[in-house]
Design a protein. Structure first.
Lengths: 365, 260
């Protein structure tokens, strides 16, 4: 800060991407991360992964269905969402995103349905809650491997495109040096995947409490934290060394701020703590799960809300206070409420215990 | 001087556009420039359109700005800008002086949409709601805008915002509705010091082109390194204020309407 210049009059621009946007990026990231975690058990049938992957697929579904609602709510004209399809604009990543989301979600719904069909049939046969509905949805309850793999592939393409666009959309904004780095999409991806592992850990904790699955996921989570630290260190090194001008600018934007310094220390400490716990105490599924989710959310909050607190022309920083209405806290709580509703709805048909069990026999036991 | 803000050479333009109405800068020309003689002021300037299409631009002579915010207020009045939002404002800074007996001086910097020739806000719009008019004005199609605020993020000049009364992207339009009617933008009309000069950059006889040409060596634009090619030019722009200002931020924040 230059103490020779004091801004006496200027406009403080309010944040234009609201907490809804944070919720969207958080949930869609968790969704595609959890989808990836569903592959080893469901598609590749790796031993020991069946329960993990089915819990992850549940997470992908719940988060994936809640995310677009948050995205719509962030539009100031949500009723005009169809304009995205009527006026395609190839120069805009957001415009592409409007087409990538349905590819991903469409694929995910088909994939999840094919994966859970036998489970739905079992639920109906065992006379579970809403068994009739489960029976209808099961539609015979066949296990169609070929179709499942095809749907998983379609979802994989969609997930890749969603991960690409959500990262690129933010990273291309030259006007915000904090966002304008090529590593940002990678940071989104790594933290999203780690958060998804955290979510699956929580599901496991509140389901069967399968200790072996918990340890397995702790290993994956530890690896993801190493990756997160590595990417973070690379960003910092590029900024400090001056090798990459965009990273130098990004660092210069927030480096002098005490708030940002605290956030950075907090983020690194949380990541290191998650890593150490996942490595040394892999049984602490609840704690490391919550920590991973917290880091994924906080990273997005800092980037989006914190990033918009940096004036583009004015001096210093704007100060954001979370409003309590739909443009603030209510948006966060509302999204969480929708998430809970979807979770309850889906787990009524597909009980957590049944999903967490590696095999149908284990669930019966 | 960077290429990004070179004034286009009117002679290089194709002579194809239909005749255009006289430049609104005439009024400014008549009204606010005391150095001109009356004879010069009333001298006709024929064949304005013979040099090509109109391209509106603004020159801000910071030396003449007194920071009165008449432009800010007239813009709000003219364009019904909601409370707490601004299409133009005069950023005001207190700057420590080293070469004077006074401890500090005031620096003022009128800001508005730069109507860039290479506008970063346009390619990001997911529905092509924002566009550049033939005459260079960057505008928003309010019937198409979805209010996603991507353009707000992409503008390096913090010139865009979401209007909480319309829930659409909002910005300075160079008062296109006035300009189309042959009037000056409200901020130019009310500028007390005559610091804002508006006109057709392609009209070599016009006030704007003439003043731009005269001031060429000292012309500056904001954030030239981004190569947005702004159509708002400055005379007397201090180097320390061309980008994000390094200084102590203001604590003042306008009260904005609670938005739905």
């Amino acid at each position: 800060m230059n103490p020779n210049i004091v801004e006496t009059l200027n406009v403080a621009r309010e944040v234009a991407w609201l907490p809804w946007a944070v919720q969207y990026f958080f949930l869609i990231g968790l969704s595609y991360g959890a989808y990836l975690l569903s592959l080893p058990g469901i598609v590749f049938r790796r031993p020991g992964w069946a329960g993990i992957s089915r819990l992850a697929l549940l997470g992908a579904l719940v988060c994936g269905l809640a995310a677009p609602v948050a995205l719509l709510a962030d539009l100031h004209q949500p009723g005009r969402f169809w304009h995205f399809y009527a006026y395609f604009t190839p120069s805009s990543w957001m415009s592409w995103g409007a087409f990538f989301i349905p590819v991903y979600l469409g694929g995910l719904l088909i994939y999840a349905w094919l994966a859970f069909r036998p489970e739905l049939a079992r639920h109906a046969a065992s006379g579970g809650k809403l068994g009739g509905l489960a029976g209808v949805l099961a539609y015979g309850g066949h296990d169609s491997r070929g179709a499942l793999k095809a749907a998983a592939l379609l979802t994989f393409v969609g997930a890749g495109l969603v991960a690409l666009y959500t990262g690129a959309e933010v990273a291309v904004v030259q006007a915000r040096p904090l966002w304008n780095t090529p590593l940002l999409p990678l940071q989104f991806f790594v933290t999203a995947f780690a958060g998804a592992v955290g979510l699956a850990l929580l599901f496991n904790r509140f389901g069967l409490r399968d200790a072996a699955a918990s340890r397995r996921m702790a290993g994956v989570l530890a690896a993801s934290q190493v990756a997160a630290l590595a990417v973070g260190a690379l960003c910092l090194a590029l900024g400090v060394s001056g090798i990459s001008p965009v990273h130098v600018q990004a660092l210069a934007e927030v480096g002098p701020s005490a708030n940002w310094q605290l956030s950075a220390v907090w983020a690194v400490a949380a990541t290191v703590l998650t890593l150490v716990l996942a490595w040394k105490a892999p049984g602490s599924g609840l704690l490391i799960g919550l920590l991973a989710l917290h880091s994924a959310w906080m990273m997005r909050w800092s980037i989006f809300i914190g990033g918009q607190e940096v004036p583009k022309t004015g001096a210093g920083y704007y100060s954001y206070a979370l409003p309590l209405g739909p443009e603030g806290l209510l948006g966060i709580v509302g999204t969480a409420g929708l998430w809970v509703f979807l979770f309850v709805l889906i787990t009524t048909l597909l009980p957590l215990d049944r999903l967490a069990a590696g095999t149908p026999d284990k669930a019966a036991a | 001087m960077k290429k990004a803000f070179q004034i286009p050479d009117p002679a290089a333009r194709a002579v194809s556009a239909p005749p255009a109405p006289a430049s609104p800068s005439r009024r400014n020309f008549l009204r606010g420039v005391p150095v001109l003689t009356a004879a010069a002021a009333i001298a006709p300037t024929p064949a304005i359109a013979s040099t090509g299409r109109q391209q509106w631009a603004m020159l801000i002579d910071v030396r003449k700005c007194i920071g009165c915010q008449a432009c800010t207020v007239s813009c709000i009045q003219e364009n019904a800008v909601p409370e707490g939002s601004f299409r133009t404002v005069v950023s005001t800074y207190s700057v420590k002086l080293t070469d004077s007996a006074q401890p500090a001086g005031t620096y003022v910097l009128p800001r508005l949409c730069n109507h860039c020739d290479n506008p970063p806000c346009i390619p990001v719009c997911p529905v092509s709601a924002t566009y550049k008019r033939e005459d260079g004005i960057v505008a928003v199609d309010g019937d198409r805008c979805v209010g996603c605020a991507y353009c707000v993020q992409a503008c390096p000049y913090d010139a865009r915002f979401i209007n909480h009364e319309t829930n659409k992207a909002d910005k300075c339009t160079f008062c296109a509705h006035r300009v189309d009617a042959g009037l000056l933008p409200a901020c130019v009309e009310t500028c007390v010091g005559g610091a804002r000069i508006f006109g057709d950059i392609n009209d070599p006889e016009g006030e704007l082109a003439r003043r731009l040409k005269e001031a060429q060596p000292q012309l500056k634009v904001l954030k030239p390194e981004l190569e947005t090619a702004p159509r708002v030019f400055y005379i007397g722009l201090d180097e320390r204020f061309t980008g994000k200002v390094e200084g102590q931020g203001t604590l003042w924040k306008p009260r904005s309407l609670p938005h739905a």
